[in-house]
Ligand binder design. Structure first.
Ligand code: BTN
Length: 324
C-alpha cells in the first residue's frame, strides 16, 4: 500500500492539522484524508487523531532531502559521488543499487524513507518503518579482488561508529564484524554485497541501517535488544545531517581502503571492539565454534582461541556466551 508523501510532509511539523484543512490542501475528501492517515499508521508512523482539533504526529519529523544531504559533503566527497537518489519507498536501497549497478559505472548512493523488503545479515529482514530511521546504501568500485576486501566490512563499521561518536554518542562499540552497539543494544547494522571476478575489479554495495527514532510499535517486532539515536541522545536527531555525515564518512573510508586496505582502520576498530576477552559462540551455516576472542587479524578475521588453539574466522554470527 503506497503512502501519501504530501500528507506526511504537511503533518511533519508535529502540529495539529484539521481534516478539513488537509483535505483542502491535498484536494481530496475528508474520508480520503482519513484513509491516508491510516495508511501512514500501517507503515509505522503513529498519528494522533483528536476530535475537534485534527491530526498530528507525536513529534516533528524531518523528511529526507537530497540537496540537504549533499550540502553536508566536503568538496572531495562530492567530487567522488556520481549520483544520489532519495526515494519515498524501495524494496531495499541495496537491492536498488545492485539492480542498477551495471548501468551506473561510478559511485552511487541511495536512501529511502521506507523499505518494503529491507535486508539484514544472514537472510534476516531489516525492519524499515517510514520516515523515522536511515536506510542508506552506497555502490563503490574497487580495483581489488573480492578476496582483498575482507576487511572492508570492519572499515565500514568504523566509519559509522565515528560518525555517531561525532554526533555525541558516548560508549559506542562494535561487535565483530560491524554491528554498532550501545550498552549491548543494536543501534546500526551494516550489510555488504560484493560482486566481481576473482582477480578484480569488484563492485560493493554497502547498506547501513541506523535506528534514529524507532516507533515503539515497530520496535516491539525486533527479535534482539535494540536502541535508537534519539533515546541515547535524549533529543531529536536531524536525519538529513546524520545521513550526509554517514555518506561523507563512507566515501572517505572507501577511498582510503582502496589505497591502503584495512591497515589504517585497525586501531580505530580495536578502540571500538566490544568482544576481545569474551567467550563467544561463532555460528556459520555449516557449523560453529566456541572460544575466547583475541581481537582481529590484520585482514579483519576474528581471532578465536578454541581449546587453546588460535583459529581465524572470516565470517559467522557471534553471540556472547558469558560475562568474562
Ligand atoms: C544487519 O543485519 O546488521 C545489517 C542490516 C543492514 C540494513 C541496511 S538498511 C539499508 C540497506 N538496505 C537493506 O536492505 N539493508 C541495508
Amino acid at each position: 500500500m503506497p503512502y501519501n508523501r504530501q500528507l506526511l510532509a504537511l503533518l511533519a511539523d508535529g502540529g495539529f492539522h484539521s481534516g478539513a484543512a488537509l483535505a483542502h490542501t491535498l484536494g481530496v475528501s475528508r474520508s480520503a484524508v482519513w484513509k491516508a492517515v491510516h495508511a501512514l499508521s500501517a507503515h509505522g508512523v503513529e498519528v494522533y487523531a483528536v476530535p475537534g482539533r485534527g491530526y498530528r504526529l507525536p513529534a516533528p519529523l524531518e523528511l529526507l532531502h537530497g540537496d540537504t544531504i549533499l550540502a553536508q559533503l566536503s568538496p572531495r566527497a562530492r567530487r567522488m559521488l556520481d549520483g544520489l537518489e532519495v526515494h519515498d519507498e524501495l524494496d531495499s536501497t541495496s537491492q536498488h543499487l545492485l539492480r542498477n549497478a551495471a548501468a551506473w559505472p561510478g559511485v552511487h548512493a541511495c536512501l529511502a524513507e521506507r523499505q518494503t523488503a529491507g535486508r539484514g545479515r544472514r537472510g534476516r529482514a531489516w525492519l524499515s518503518p517510514l520516515g523515522h530511521n536511515i536506510y542508506l546504501s552506497v555502490l563503490w568500485r574497487f580495483e581489488q579482488s573480492p578476496a582483498s576486501l575482507g576487511g572492508l566490512s570492519l572499515a565500514a563499521g568504523v566509519a559509522v561508529a565515528q560518525v555517531l561518536r561525532a554526533l555525541g554518542v558516548q560508549g559506542l562499540g562494535l561487535k565483530w564484524p560491524n554491528d554498532v552497539v550501545w550498552q549491548g543494544r543494536k543501534l546500526a547494522g551494516i550489510l555488504l554485497d560484493l560482486n566481481g571476478e576473482a582477480s578484480g575489479p569488484c563492485s560493493v554495495v554497502t547498506g547501513v541501517g541506523l535506528n534514529v527514532m524507532m516507533p515503539q510499535t515497530q520496535g516491539a517486532l525486533i527479535d534482539q535488544p535494540w536502541t535508537d539515536l534519539n533515546t541515547i541522545l535524549g533529543a531529536p536527531v536531524l536525519r538529513n545531517r546524520c545521513a550526509g555525515r554517514l555518506l561523507e564518512r563512507l566515501i572517505v573510508t572507501f577511498d582510503e581502503y582502496a589505497r591502503n586496505g584495512l591497515a589504517p582502520f585497525l586501531e580505530p576498530w580495536r578502540a571500538f571492539d566490544t568482544l576481545t576477552g569474551k567467550t563467544v559462540r561463532l555460528q556459520w551455516p555449516q557449523g560453529s565454534a566456541t572460544g575466547r576472542v583475541q581481537g582481529v587479524r590484520e585482514d579483519g578475521a576474528l581471532r578465536l582461541s578454541v581449546n587453546g588453539v588460535m583459529r581465524y574466522y572470516n565470517y559467522g554470527e557471534v553471540s556472547v556466551r558469558e560475562a568474562s
